[in-house]
Design a protein around this ligand. Sequence first.
Ligand code: IMP
Length: 195
Amino acid sequence: MLKIIFATHNKNKLKEVQSMFPEQAKIVGLEEVGCFEEIPETGNTLQANALEKARHVHRNYSQNCFADDTGLEIDALGGKPGVFSARYAGADKNSLDNMHKVLREMHSQPSRKARFRTVIALILDGEEMLFEGVSEGEIIPEMRGAEGFGYDPIFIPEGYNQTYAEMPLEEKNKISHRYKAIKMFADYLMSLNYY
Ligand code: IMP
């Protein structure tokens, strides 16, 4: 069975991603290789961050591995918060603060178009590959829903009238940016006859 390390300390994210993979692939967290340190994330793009995290794990633990990075890109804000999505309102702030900042900046803004973008960097047998998944949608003027995490309460994906936070998690996970990136990754493994 193909075993790949997912370079995240976030247990919820690990579970979510495991559930998106065919069961022939064994996706394990960093504890599996005894990695408990903070993984550096200093890049200016999603690609750079995903690669930096995957390279750190590959260099230090010599295992097949992948890392992801996600950003919310809002057209009216010139693509912000983008790569700074996690700390948009400041390093010591949380998702609620980040959403409040976005809603303030989007106040009375007629153009609401936005997208989530996930980039995955894979290092498999020493070879680097990037995969990308995008979920188009719009920012609404107030928060709705209690599911999900991050910016989910203010984002409605294209073709829906519920925010990600109003959908059951299984529904979001069938259409999300992360799912699309993982699907490309899983299809790539399939094309190489890994399973
Ligand atoms: P990360 O790259 O997964 O750490 O994501 C960076 C930031 O983007 C997180 O802190 C979240 O605020 C936000 N984010 C990532 N994925 C999602 C999502 O699926 N829904 C809403 N917000 C997300």
